[in-house]
Design a protein around this ligand. Sequence first.
Ligand SMILES: *Cc1c(COP(=O)(O)O)cnc(C)c1O
Length: 406
Amino acid sequence: MTKRWNEKLTHALKSNHVATQDTSFLLYDVNFLEDIFKNLKNEWPEKTLHALAIKSCPLINILKIQKEFELGAEAASLEEIWIALEAGIKEEDIIFDSPAKTTEEIEFCLNNNIYFNMDSFEEFERVKIIAGERDYKCGMRLNPEIGKGTISHTSVGNKGSKFGVPIIGNEEKIKTLFEENPNLVGVHVHVGSQGMSLDHLIKAISQVYHFSKELNDLSVFDLGGGLPVSYYKDQTAPSLSEYRQTLERDIPELFDSKLKLVSEFGRSVFANSAVAVSQIEYIKNKNEIVVHLGADMFLRWVYRKEDWHHDVSAFSKDKDFEKRPKEEYQINGPLCFGGDILASELSLPKLTEEDYVIFHDCGAYTLSMWSRHCNRSMPKVLGVKNNEIFVLKSRQSKENILSLWK
Ligand SMILES: *Cc1c(COP(=O)(O)O)cnc(C)c1O
Protein backbone atom coordinates (compact mmCIF):
# COMPACT_ATOMS: atom_id res chain seq x y z
CA MET A 1 0.00 0.00 0.00
CA THR A 2 2.59 2.52 1.08
CA LYS A 3 5.23 1.08 -1.24
CA ARG A 4 3.39 2.22 -4.33
CA TRP A 5 3.54 5.77 -2.97
CA ASN A 6 6.88 5.92 -1.12
CA GLU A 7 9.02 7.01 -4.04
CA LYS A 8 6.38 9.44 -5.30
CA LEU A 9 5.99 10.99 -1.85
CA THR A 10 9.75 11.37 -1.54
CA HIS A 11 9.80 13.26 -4.85
CA ALA A 12 6.83 15.40 -3.85
CA LEU A 13 8.29 16.41 -0.50
CA LYS A 14 11.65 17.19 -2.09
CA SER A 15 10.02 19.28 -4.82
CA ASN A 16 9.65 23.02 -4.43
CA HIS A 17 5.88 22.61 -4.64
CA VAL A 18 5.36 21.80 -0.98
CA ALA A 19 5.70 25.12 0.82
CA THR A 20 5.43 25.91 4.54
CA GLN A 21 1.73 26.70 4.26
CA ASP A 22 1.06 23.38 2.52
CA THR A 23 0.37 21.57 5.75
CA SER A 24 -1.58 19.03 3.73
CA PHE A 25 -1.83 18.20 0.03
CA LEU A 26 -3.18 15.61 -2.35
CA LEU A 27 -1.00 13.68 -4.76
CA TYR A 28 -2.49 12.14 -7.92
CA ASP A 29 -0.70 9.36 -9.76
CA VAL A 30 -1.20 10.63 -13.30
CA ASN A 31 0.43 7.58 -14.95
CA PHE A 32 -2.13 5.40 -13.19
CA LEU A 33 -4.99 7.61 -14.39
CA GLU A 34 -3.71 7.76 -17.95
CA ASP A 35 -3.58 3.96 -18.06
CA ILE A 36 -7.23 3.84 -17.03
CA PHE A 37 -8.17 6.49 -19.61
CA LYS A 38 -6.29 4.57 -22.32
CA ASN A 39 -7.97 1.27 -21.43
CA LEU A 40 -11.41 2.85 -21.43
CA LYS A 41 -10.74 4.21 -24.88
CA ASN A 42 -9.31 0.94 -26.23
CA GLU A 43 -11.49 -1.72 -24.65
CA TRP A 44 -14.98 -0.40 -25.35
CA PRO A 45 -16.74 -0.12 -28.71
CA GLU A 46 -15.46 2.82 -30.69
CA LYS A 47 -18.70 4.75 -30.44
CA THR A 48 -18.69 4.71 -26.62
CA LEU A 49 -18.61 8.05 -24.81
CA HIS A 50 -17.05 7.77 -21.36
CA ALA A 51 -18.49 10.80 -19.61
CA LEU A 52 -16.65 10.70 -16.30
CA ALA A 53 -18.66 12.01 -13.35
CA ILE A 54 -17.32 15.50 -12.58
CA LYS A 55 -18.72 15.40 -9.06
CA SER A 56 -16.22 12.66 -8.21
CA CYS A 57 -13.20 14.69 -9.33
CA PRO A 58 -13.74 18.23 -10.66
CA LEU A 59 -10.05 19.11 -11.10
CA ILE A 60 -9.92 21.04 -14.36
CA ASN A 61 -6.35 19.98 -15.08
CA ILE A 62 -7.44 16.35 -14.85
CA LEU A 63 -10.45 17.01 -17.08
CA LYS A 64 -7.97 18.42 -19.60
CA ILE A 65 -6.12 15.09 -19.56
CA GLN A 66 -9.45 13.26 -19.96
CA LYS A 67 -10.04 15.36 -23.04
CA GLU A 68 -6.66 14.38 -24.51
CA PHE A 69 -7.83 10.77 -24.26
CA GLU A 70 -11.13 11.69 -25.95
CA LEU A 71 -13.20 11.11 -22.84
CA GLY A 72 -16.17 13.26 -21.92
CA ALA A 73 -17.75 14.46 -18.69
CA GLU A 74 -20.99 13.96 -16.80
CA ALA A 75 -22.31 17.09 -15.11
CA ALA A 76 -24.63 17.01 -12.11
CA SER A 77 -25.20 20.77 -12.20
CA LEU A 78 -24.86 23.76 -14.49
CA GLU A 79 -21.74 24.66 -12.54
CA GLU A 80 -20.22 21.34 -13.56
CA ILE A 81 -21.00 22.11 -17.20
CA TRP A 82 -18.95 25.30 -16.73
CA ILE A 83 -16.12 23.19 -15.32
CA ALA A 84 -16.22 20.81 -18.31
CA LEU A 85 -16.29 23.66 -20.83
CA GLU A 86 -13.43 25.42 -19.04
CA ALA A 87 -11.38 22.25 -19.47
CA GLY A 88 -12.13 22.33 -23.20
CA ILE A 89 -14.46 19.33 -23.24
CA LYS A 90 -16.66 19.65 -26.30
CA GLU A 91 -20.38 20.26 -25.82
CA GLU A 92 -21.24 16.97 -27.52
CA ASP A 93 -19.08 15.08 -25.01
CA ILE A 94 -20.97 16.46 -21.99
CA ILE A 95 -23.91 14.65 -20.41
CA PHE A 96 -26.12 16.77 -18.15
CA ASP A 97 -27.81 14.80 -15.37
CA SER A 98 -28.97 17.34 -12.81
CA PRO A 99 -32.13 16.11 -11.10
CA ALA A 100 -33.33 19.71 -10.67
CA LYS A 101 -32.82 21.33 -14.06
CA THR A 102 -34.20 24.83 -14.27
CA THR A 103 -35.85 26.34 -17.34
CA GLU A 104 -32.66 28.37 -17.93
CA GLU A 105 -30.47 25.28 -17.66
CA ILE A 106 -32.61 23.36 -20.14
CA GLU A 107 -32.48 26.36 -22.45
CA PHE A 108 -28.67 26.40 -22.08
CA CYS A 109 -28.46 22.73 -23.11
CA LEU A 110 -30.77 23.24 -26.08
CA ASN A 111 -28.75 26.23 -27.28
CA ASN A 112 -25.41 24.52 -26.80
CA ASN A 113 -26.14 21.04 -28.13
CA ILE A 114 -25.65 19.39 -24.72
CA TYR A 115 -27.31 16.02 -24.28
CA PHE A 116 -29.29 15.59 -21.07
CA ASN A 117 -31.11 12.82 -19.26
CA MET A 118 -34.52 13.59 -17.90
CA ASP A 119 -35.38 12.45 -14.44
CA SER A 120 -39.18 12.48 -14.66
CA PHE A 121 -42.21 12.76 -16.93
CA GLU A 122 -42.79 16.21 -15.48
CA GLU A 123 -39.36 17.34 -16.61
CA PHE A 124 -40.03 16.10 -20.14
CA GLU A 125 -43.27 18.09 -20.27
CA ARG A 126 -41.29 21.19 -19.43
CA VAL A 127 -38.55 20.40 -21.96
CA LYS A 128 -41.14 20.02 -24.74
CA ILE A 129 -42.61 23.43 -23.99
CA ILE A 130 -39.21 25.13 -23.86
CA ALA A 131 -37.92 23.43 -27.02
CA GLY A 132 -40.97 24.06 -29.19
CA GLU A 133 -40.07 23.08 -32.74
CA ARG A 134 -36.34 22.93 -32.07
CA ASP A 135 -34.30 19.81 -32.69
CA TYR A 136 -32.39 18.31 -29.76
CA LYS A 137 -31.50 14.96 -28.24
CA CYS A 138 -32.19 13.71 -24.77
CA GLY A 139 -32.60 10.55 -22.74
CA MET A 140 -34.79 9.35 -19.93
CA ARG A 141 -33.53 7.96 -16.66
CA LEU A 142 -35.25 4.68 -15.89
CA ASN A 143 -35.37 2.95 -12.53
CA PRO A 144 -35.34 -0.85 -12.76
CA GLU A 145 -36.14 -1.05 -9.01
CA ILE A 146 -33.66 -3.80 -8.30
CA GLY A 147 -33.20 -2.83 -4.65
CA LYS A 148 -30.52 -1.12 -2.56
CA GLY A 149 -26.84 -1.93 -2.31
CA THR A 150 -24.98 -2.12 1.00
CA ILE A 151 -24.93 1.68 1.47
CA SER A 152 -28.42 3.06 1.81
CA HIS A 153 -27.52 6.74 1.33
CA THR A 154 -25.91 6.23 -2.06
CA SER A 155 -28.41 3.68 -3.41
CA VAL A 156 -30.80 5.01 -6.02
CA GLY A 157 -32.10 1.94 -7.88
CA ASN A 158 -34.62 0.84 -5.27
CA LYS A 159 -38.38 1.16 -5.20
CA GLY A 160 -39.16 4.66 -3.97
CA SER A 161 -35.76 6.06 -4.97
CA LYS A 162 -35.94 9.77 -5.65
CA PHE A 163 -34.41 9.37 -9.13
CA GLY A 164 -35.69 8.23 -12.49
CA VAL A 165 -38.92 6.88 -13.88
CA PRO A 166 -39.79 3.43 -12.51
CA ILE A 167 -40.25 1.02 -15.41
CA ILE A 168 -42.80 -1.13 -13.62
CA GLY A 169 -46.26 0.31 -14.09
CA ASN A 170 -45.06 2.89 -16.63
CA GLU A 171 -44.20 0.58 -19.54
CA GLU A 172 -46.89 1.81 -21.91
CA LYS A 173 -46.47 5.47 -21.01
CA ILE A 174 -42.72 5.31 -21.69
CA LYS A 175 -43.20 3.49 -25.00
CA THR A 176 -45.76 6.05 -26.15
CA LEU A 177 -43.43 8.92 -25.25
CA PHE A 178 -40.65 7.41 -27.34
CA GLU A 179 -43.04 6.87 -30.25
CA GLU A 180 -44.37 10.40 -30.15
CA ASN A 181 -41.12 12.25 -29.55
CA PRO A 182 -38.25 11.84 -32.03
CA ASN A 183 -36.04 13.96 -29.75
CA LEU A 184 -36.20 11.35 -27.03
CA VAL A 185 -33.47 8.99 -28.19
CA GLY A 186 -31.84 7.47 -25.13
CA VAL A 187 -32.25 5.62 -21.88
CA HIS A 188 -30.16 6.11 -18.75
CA VAL A 189 -29.66 3.86 -15.75
CA HIS A 190 -27.57 4.58 -12.66
CA VAL A 191 -28.42 2.66 -9.51
CA GLY A 192 -25.92 3.82 -6.92
CA SER A 193 -22.37 4.65 -5.96
CA GLN A 194 -20.20 2.21 -3.98
CA GLY A 195 -21.95 -0.63 -2.18
CA MET A 196 -23.28 -2.01 -5.49
CA SER A 197 -22.01 -5.46 -6.45
CA LEU A 198 -21.08 -6.27 -10.02
CA ASP A 199 -24.12 -8.60 -10.21
CA HIS A 200 -26.39 -5.85 -8.97
CA LEU A 201 -25.11 -3.38 -11.58
CA ILE A 202 -25.33 -5.85 -14.45
CA LYS A 203 -28.82 -6.89 -13.41
CA ALA A 204 -29.99 -3.26 -13.45
CA ILE A 205 -28.48 -2.59 -16.88
CA SER A 206 -29.84 -5.84 -18.24
CA GLN A 207 -33.38 -5.06 -17.11
CA VAL A 208 -33.30 -1.60 -18.60
CA TYR A 209 -31.72 -2.93 -21.80
CA HIS A 210 -34.37 -5.62 -22.27
CA PHE A 211 -37.14 -3.13 -21.71
CA SER A 212 -35.50 -0.57 -24.00
CA LYS A 213 -35.55 -2.97 -26.98
CA GLU A 214 -39.24 -2.17 -27.27
CA LEU A 215 -38.63 1.56 -27.54
CA ASN A 216 -38.91 3.39 -30.81
CA ASP A 217 -35.71 4.71 -32.44
CA LEU A 218 -33.45 4.24 -29.46
CA SER A 219 -29.91 5.31 -30.28
CA VAL A 220 -28.19 6.03 -26.92
CA PHE A 221 -27.77 3.67 -23.98
CA ASP A 222 -26.27 5.36 -20.92
CA LEU A 223 -25.23 2.80 -18.32
CA GLY A 224 -24.27 5.26 -15.62
CA GLY A 225 -21.47 4.70 -13.10
CA GLY A 226 -21.50 3.07 -9.71
CA LEU A 227 -18.74 0.47 -10.04
CA PRO A 228 -17.37 0.06 -6.49
CA VAL A 229 -13.71 0.29 -5.49
CA SER A 230 -11.75 -1.16 -2.60
CA TYR A 231 -10.86 1.16 0.25
CA TYR A 232 -8.99 -1.59 2.11
CA LYS A 233 -5.48 -2.76 1.29
CA ASP A 234 -6.43 -6.43 1.69
CA GLN A 235 -9.60 -6.31 -0.41
CA THR A 236 -10.12 -6.12 -4.13
CA ALA A 237 -12.96 -4.82 -6.26
CA PRO A 238 -13.94 -5.63 -9.85
CA SER A 239 -11.79 -3.67 -12.30
CA LEU A 240 -13.24 -1.58 -15.10
CA SER A 241 -12.02 -4.25 -17.54
CA GLU A 242 -13.76 -7.00 -15.61
CA TYR A 243 -16.92 -4.95 -15.58
CA ARG A 244 -16.76 -4.48 -19.34
CA GLN A 245 -16.09 -8.18 -19.91
CA THR A 246 -18.97 -9.25 -17.67
CA LEU A 247 -21.33 -6.82 -19.40
CA GLU A 248 -20.27 -8.12 -22.78
CA ARG A 249 -20.72 -11.72 -21.66
CA ASP A 250 -24.14 -11.18 -20.09
CA ILE A 251 -25.61 -8.63 -22.50
CA PRO A 252 -23.70 -9.18 -25.77
CA GLU A 253 -26.34 -7.33 -27.81
CA LEU A 254 -25.37 -4.13 -26.01
CA PHE A 255 -21.95 -4.33 -27.66
CA ASP A 256 -23.08 -5.50 -31.11
CA SER A 257 -25.90 -3.08 -31.57
CA LYS A 258 -25.86 0.26 -33.30
CA LEU A 259 -26.47 1.94 -29.97
CA LYS A 260 -24.07 4.61 -28.81
CA LEU A 261 -22.97 3.55 -25.34
CA VAL A 262 -22.37 6.17 -22.66
CA SER A 263 -20.70 5.46 -19.32
CA GLU A 264 -20.55 7.76 -16.31
CA PHE A 265 -17.80 6.24 -14.18
CA GLY A 266 -16.46 8.32 -11.32
CA ARG A 267 -15.25 6.53 -8.24
CA SER A 268 -13.91 3.49 -10.11
CA VAL A 269 -11.69 5.72 -12.24
CA PHE A 270 -10.43 8.18 -9.66
CA ALA A 271 -10.64 6.83 -6.10
CA ASN A 272 -7.45 4.76 -6.09
CA SER A 273 -5.43 7.33 -8.01
CA ALA A 274 -4.55 9.71 -5.16
CA VAL A 275 -3.39 9.94 -1.57
CA ALA A 276 -3.79 12.83 0.84
CA VAL A 277 -0.81 13.79 2.94
CA SER A 278 -0.80 15.76 6.18
CA GLN A 279 1.96 17.08 8.36
CA ILE A 280 1.71 16.07 11.98
CA GLU A 281 1.08 19.35 13.76
CA TYR A 282 1.09 17.95 17.29
CA ILE A 283 1.37 14.68 19.11
CA LYS A 284 -0.53 15.23 22.33
CA ASN A 285 -1.47 13.02 25.25
CA LYS A 286 1.18 10.63 23.91
CA ASN A 287 -0.92 9.06 21.17
CA GLU A 288 -3.21 11.70 19.70
CA ILE A 289 -1.99 12.97 16.36
CA VAL A 290 -3.34 16.33 15.24
CA VAL A 291 -3.45 16.60 11.42
CA HIS A 292 -4.63 19.17 8.89
CA LEU A 293 -7.45 17.27 7.21
CA GLY A 294 -10.66 16.25 8.92
CA ALA A 295 -14.38 16.27 8.26
CA ASP A 296 -13.79 19.16 5.85
CA MET A 297 -12.35 16.71 3.33
CA PHE A 298 -13.61 13.43 4.74
CA LEU A 299 -17.23 14.30 5.33
CA ARG A 300 -18.69 10.86 4.82
CA TRP A 301 -15.90 9.01 6.59
CA VAL A 302 -16.08 11.17 9.71
CA TYR A 303 -19.88 11.23 9.97
CA ARG A 304 -20.69 7.71 8.78
CA LYS A 305 -17.85 5.39 9.78
CA GLU A 306 -20.12 2.37 9.36
CA ASP A 307 -20.25 2.99 5.59
CA TRP A 308 -17.00 4.72 4.67
CA HIS A 309 -13.32 4.12 5.28
CA HIS A 310 -9.82 5.17 4.22
CA ASP A 311 -6.69 3.23 5.06
CA VAL A 312 -4.19 5.35 6.96
CA SER A 313 -0.42 4.89 6.96
CA ALA A 314 2.56 7.03 7.83
CA PHE A 315 5.51 8.30 5.84
CA SER A 316 8.87 9.49 7.05
CA LYS A 317 11.99 10.89 5.47
CA ASP A 318 13.86 8.70 7.96
CA LYS A 319 14.77 5.49 6.12
CA ASP A 320 14.80 3.45 9.33
CA PHE A 321 11.25 4.52 10.06
CA GLU A 322 9.72 1.05 9.64
CA LYS A 323 12.12 -0.32 12.27
CA ARG A 324 10.73 1.89 15.02
CA PRO A 325 8.57 0.18 17.64
CA LYS A 326 4.84 0.24 16.95
CA GLU A 327 2.47 2.50 18.88
CA GLU A 328 -1.28 2.88 18.86
CA TYR A 329 -2.60 6.23 17.66
CA GLN A 330 -5.74 8.26 17.31
CA ILE A 331 -5.83 10.69 14.36
CA ASN A 332 -7.62 13.95 15.17
CA GLY A 333 -8.84 16.28 12.45
CA PRO A 334 -8.42 20.06 12.80
CA LEU A 335 -12.08 21.07 13.00
CA CYS A 336 -13.73 22.47 16.11
CA PHE A 337 -16.02 19.64 17.09
CA GLY A 338 -15.47 16.55 19.18
CA GLY A 339 -16.41 14.09 16.47
CA ASP A 340 -13.71 15.20 14.05
CA ILE A 341 -11.68 12.03 14.53
CA LEU A 342 -10.45 10.12 11.51
CA ALA A 343 -9.12 6.91 12.99
CA SER A 344 -8.34 5.36 16.33
CA GLU A 345 -6.46 2.31 17.61
CA LEU A 346 -4.22 2.66 14.62
CA SER A 347 -0.92 0.80 14.89
CA LEU A 348 1.94 2.77 13.31
CA PRO A 349 5.71 3.02 13.83
CA LYS A 350 6.42 5.55 16.58
CA LEU A 351 5.80 8.97 15.04
CA THR A 352 7.42 12.36 15.50
CA GLU A 353 6.25 15.77 14.32
CA GLU A 354 8.69 15.42 11.40
CA ASP A 355 6.67 12.56 9.92
CA TYR A 356 3.52 12.54 7.78
CA VAL A 357 0.14 10.84 7.89
CA ILE A 358 -1.06 9.39 4.57
CA PHE A 359 -4.73 8.83 3.74
CA HIS A 360 -5.25 6.36 0.92
CA ASP A 361 -7.71 6.19 -1.97
CA CYS A 362 -8.58 9.89 -1.91
CA GLY A 363 -8.96 10.53 -5.64
CA ALA A 364 -12.78 10.66 -5.70
CA TYR A 365 -15.46 12.29 -3.52
CA THR A 366 -12.96 13.85 -1.11
CA LEU A 367 -11.91 17.29 -2.29
CA SER A 368 -15.07 17.44 -4.40
CA MET A 369 -17.14 17.17 -1.22
CA TRP A 370 -15.07 19.73 0.70
CA SER A 371 -17.01 21.29 3.56
CA ARG A 372 -16.51 24.91 4.60
CA HIS A 373 -16.93 24.18 8.32
CA CYS A 374 -14.22 26.25 10.08
CA ASN A 375 -13.25 27.83 6.74
CA ARG A 376 -9.86 26.19 6.38
CA SER A 377 -8.22 26.46 2.95
CA MET A 378 -8.64 23.63 0.49
CA PRO A 379 -5.25 21.99 0.10
CA LYS A 380 -2.96 22.07 -2.88
CA VAL A 381 -3.24 19.21 -5.35
CA LEU A 382 -0.10 17.80 -6.91
CA GLY A 383 0.31 15.34 -9.73
CA VAL A 384 3.14 12.91 -10.33
CA LYS A 385 3.99 11.50 -13.75
CA ASN A 386 7.20 9.61 -14.51
CA ASN A 387 8.46 10.80 -11.11
CA GLU A 388 7.98 14.42 -12.04
CA ILE A 389 5.92 16.54 -9.68
CA PHE A 390 3.63 19.34 -10.83
CA VAL A 391 0.75 21.40 -9.47
CA LEU A 392 -2.77 20.40 -10.53
CA LYS A 393 -4.46 22.98 -8.32
CA SER A 394 -3.03 25.59 -5.96
CA ARG A 395 -3.87 25.87 -2.32
CA GLN A 396 -6.97 28.01 -1.78
CA SER A 397 -5.86 31.60 -1.28
CA LYS A 398 -6.88 34.16 1.34
CA GLU A 399 -8.59 36.24 -1.40
CA ASN A 400 -10.57 33.23 -2.53
CA ILE A 401 -11.75 32.48 1.01
CA LEU A 402 -12.75 36.11 1.61
CA SER A 403 -14.61 36.35 -1.69
CA LEU A 404 -16.76 33.38 -0.71
CA TRP A 405 -18.28 35.39 2.10
CA LYS A 406 -18.98 38.78 0.54
C1 LIG B 1 -22.69 10.10 -9.08
C2 LIG B 1 -23.17 9.63 -10.38
C3 LIG B 1 -22.33 8.92 -11.22
C4 LIG B 1 -20.95 8.45 -10.81
O1 LIG B 1 -21.02 7.41 -9.87
P1 LIG B 1 -19.69 6.64 -9.41
O2 LIG B 1 -20.13 5.79 -8.28
O3 LIG B 1 -18.72 7.68 -9.00
O4 LIG B 1 -19.22 5.84 -10.58
C5 LIG B 1 -22.79 8.61 -12.49
N1 LIG B 1 -24.04 8.96 -12.88
C6 LIG B 1 -24.89 9.63 -12.08
C7 LIG B 1 -26.23 9.99 -12.58
C8 LIG B 1 -24.48 9.98 -10.80
O5 LIG B 1 -25.33 10.62 -9.99
